[in-house]
Ligand binder design. Structure first.
Ligand SMILES: NC(=O)c1ccc[n+]([C@@H]2O[C@H](COP(=O)([O-])OP(=O)(O)OC[C@H]3O[C@@H](n4cnc5c(N)ncnc54)[C@H](OP(=O)(O)O)[C@@H]3O)[C@@H](O)[C@H]2O)c1
Length: 338
C-alpha cells in the first residue's frame, strides 16, 4: 500500500479526532503534518505533534490534506484550500465554504461514493446533521421513493467547536453555584436551556437559519434529488457531544415500520437500536465515541398516509465530521482517485 504525506489543518475538536482516527485506523500515512494558526506543540493521544502556522507553501509535497479550520474568509479552507489543490494536494474539507460548489463532490462514502469520480482535487464533507440524516434516508429512499422529510434536531455544543464545550461546562457549574453567567459563544445561556437557532438567517429561505438551509440543500445534492421536499428546525441543546434528530418521512407508497427496520438493519454505517418496550433507543451518551449512526423509535405515523417517524443519533465529531472525512480519503485510495 502506498504511503501518503498527509496534512491536517486545524487542531480543534475535529482536527484532533482526525489525527486519532488516522493512527487508529492505520491510514497509510508516512507523515502527518499539523497546521493551525499559531505554532506550538500539541499532545494528541500520547504523541507530541509540532504544529506549524499554515501558509500556501505548507502544502508543497502534501498528498492529502484534511481541512478542519474554521469557516469563512479568515478560515483555512478559503485561504489555502484551492491553492493547495493547485500544488497537487487532494483536499478534504470539513467546513461549509465549498459544499454547494458545482466543482466539489459532497460525499458520504456509504451513500454516494460515485460522486468522487468527478472530483477536481477538492472534496467536501457534508454538515454533521446532514450526514446522520442522509445515512438513514438513503437506504429507505432506494427502496421506496421519499416524498417529503420534516426533521427537528437536538444538537450538542461540541458541534460549535472547543470554545462552546468550555462555555457549557463553565455555565453549568456557575448556575449550580447560584450565578447568572453571561453568554459568550451563543446568543443565550445554553446551560439548563436550549436555543432554536444554529447559524444565521438566510435570504434564500426566509425565516430559516443557515444550519437548516444546509440540511435541505446538502441532502438534495448528495441524493441527486434537487426537488426533494425537506423542512428542518435545528436546535442547540445542553448536551456535550452527540447530535439527535427526530425525522418524519413521507414515502410515495407505504413502507411499514418492520420493512424499514429490516432495510436499516442491512444498511452500511447504520445500526438499529429499537426496542421501546425495554426503553432501548439511541441517546447521545450511547452514540458518543462510537462510529455508527444509530436509529430507533421506528414507527408508522397514523396522522397521514405512507409516513414513518424515527429517531437518529450519532457522534457529530466522529461520523459527523472526522470519521467521514477519513473514510472519504480511504474510499478515494480504494477507487484509485488519489
Ligand atoms: N464540531 C463539529 O461537530 C463539526 C462537524 C462538522 C463540521 N465541522 C467543521 O469542522 C471545522 C472545524 O471545527 P472544530 O469544531 O474542530 O473547530 P474548533 O474546535 O473551533 O477548531 C478550529 C481550528 O481551526 C484552526 N484554524 C482556524 N482558522 C485557521 C486558519 N486560517 N489557518 C489554519 N488553521 C485555522 C484553529 O487554529 P488555532 O488552534 O491555531 O486557533 C483551530 O485549531 C469547522 O469548519 C466546522 O464547521 C465541525
Amino acid at each position: 500500500m502506498e504511503n501518503y504525506r498527509v496534512g491536517v489543518i486545524g487542531v480543534g475538536l475535529v482536527g484532533t479526532e482526525i489525527i486519532k482516527l488516522l493512527r487508529g485506523r492505520n491510514f497509510p500515512a508516512q507523515e502527518i503534518k499539523v497546521l493551525a494558526r499559531s505554532a506550538r506543540d500539541e499532545e494528541i493521544a500520547g504523541k507530541i505533534y509540532k504544529v506549524e502556522p499554515a501558509s500556501i507553501e505548507s502544502f508543497d509535497g502534501i498528498d492529502i490534506a484534511f481541512f478542519a479550520g474554521t469557516e469563512g474568509a479568515k478560515g483555512a479552507s478559503q485561504l489555502y484550500g484551492w491553492a493547495a489543490v493547485e500544488r497537487g494536494t487532494t483536499v478534504i474539507d470539513n467546513g461549509d465554504d465549498y459544499r454547494m460548489d458545482p466543482r466539489v463532490p459532497l460525499v458520504i462514502p456509504e451513500v454516494n461514493p460515485h460522486h468522487l469520480r468527478m472530483h477536481q482535487g477538492f472534496v467536501s464533507n457534508p454538515n454533521c446533521s446532514t450526514i446522520q440524516m442522509v445515512l438513514v434516508l438513503a437506504p429507505l429512499h432506494r427502496e421506496v421513493k421519499i416524498k417529503r422529510v420534516v426533521v427537528s434536531t437536538y444538537q450538542a455544543v461540541s458541534g460549535t467547536g472547543r470554545a462552546a464545550v468550555g462555555e457549557l461546562e463553565r455555565q453549568a457549574r456557575n448556575v449550580l453555584d447560584g450565578g447568572e453567567p453571561k453568554p459568550d459563544v451563543y446568543p443565550h445561556r445554553i446551560a439548563f436551556n436550549l436555543i432554536p437557532q444554529i447559524g444565521n438567517l438566510k435570504d434564500e429561505m426566509p425565516g430559516y437559519y443557515s444550519e437548516e438551509v444546509k440540511m435541505v440543500r446538502e441532502t438534495r445534492k448528495i441524493l441527486d434529488e434537487p426537488d426533494l421536499a425537506i423542512s428542518a428546525t435545528c436546535v442547540r441543546v445542553p448536551v456535550f457531544n452527540g447530535h439527535s434528530e427526530s425525522i418524519n418521512i413521507q414515502f410515495e407508497r407505504k413502507l411499514t415500520a418492520d420493512e424499514a427496520r429490516q432495510i436499516l438493519q442491512e444498511a452500511e454505517g447504520v445500526e438499529v437500536v429499537d426496542d421501546p418496550s425495554a426503553s432501548r433507543y439511541p441517546t447521545p451518551l450511547y452514540a458518543s465515541g462510537k462510529d455508527m449512526v444509530y436509529v430507533g423509535r421506528i414507527r408508522e405515523d397514523p396522522s397521514t398516509e405512507n409516513c414513518l417517524d424515527l429517531f437518529v443519533v450519532s457522534d457529530n465529531i466522529r461520523k459527523g465530521a472526522a470519521l467521514n472525512a477519513v473514510q472519504i480519503a480511504e474510499k478515494m485510495i480504494e477507487m484509485e482517485l488519489v
